[in-house]
Ligand binder design. Sequence first.
Ligand code: ZN
Length: 187
Amino acid sequence: MDSASGPDPGEAGPSSKGSTEAAAPPPSRYESQKRRDWNTFLQYLKNHKPPLTLARCSGAHVIEFLKYLDQFGKTKVHVSECPHFGQPSPPAPCACPSKQAWGSLDALIGRLRAAYEEHGGKSDSNPFGAKAVRIYLRDVRESQAKARGIPYEKKKRKRPSSSAPDRGAGGDDGDGSGAGGGELTVG
Ligand SMILES: [Zn+2]
C-alpha cells in the first residue's frame, strides 16, 4: 500500500507495539491523541526529503515539523500590516494566514515528548525537549499574543512536564476561532 497523506488511525501497526494492553481500559483521549500525533510525526519523517530517521531527528527538525503543521491550522494570525493586528475579535475578514494556535503546538510537543520516551528514546536526547523548540514555542506564543491581542499571562498555568492527563487538550486557550485546541487536523 502506498502512503497516502492522511494519517491512518494506527490500528494494526505491526511495528508499533508499545504497551501491553490486553485487558487494559480503553485509552484516554490524551493517550489516543498522543498515539495519533506520534504516527503523524513518523509519517512526516518518512515523507521527509531527504528521508529522516528518528535517531537523527533534532530540535531543528521538530521546529520544521511544527512549521509544516501551520498549513493545517485554523487560527488566524494577523500580520503586523493588517488593520486587525492586535484585535482579539476583528470586525471583518482579512487575508492573513491561519496557523496552529500556540496552545495546540505546546500541547502537541508535550505529547510527542512523552511518546518519544515511551518508544525508547532517551530523555536527554529528546528532540522535543530541545531548547530550540522551547524558544520557538515561546516566540510563537508571543507573536500570536501580539497579533491577536490576547494577553497570555492570564492563563499561565503550571504543568508537570511528564504526566499531563487529559487537561482539556489546550481547547481552553481562549481563542474564539474554534480552532479545536489540541486536536491537530492533518490531511
Ligand atoms: Zn489580518
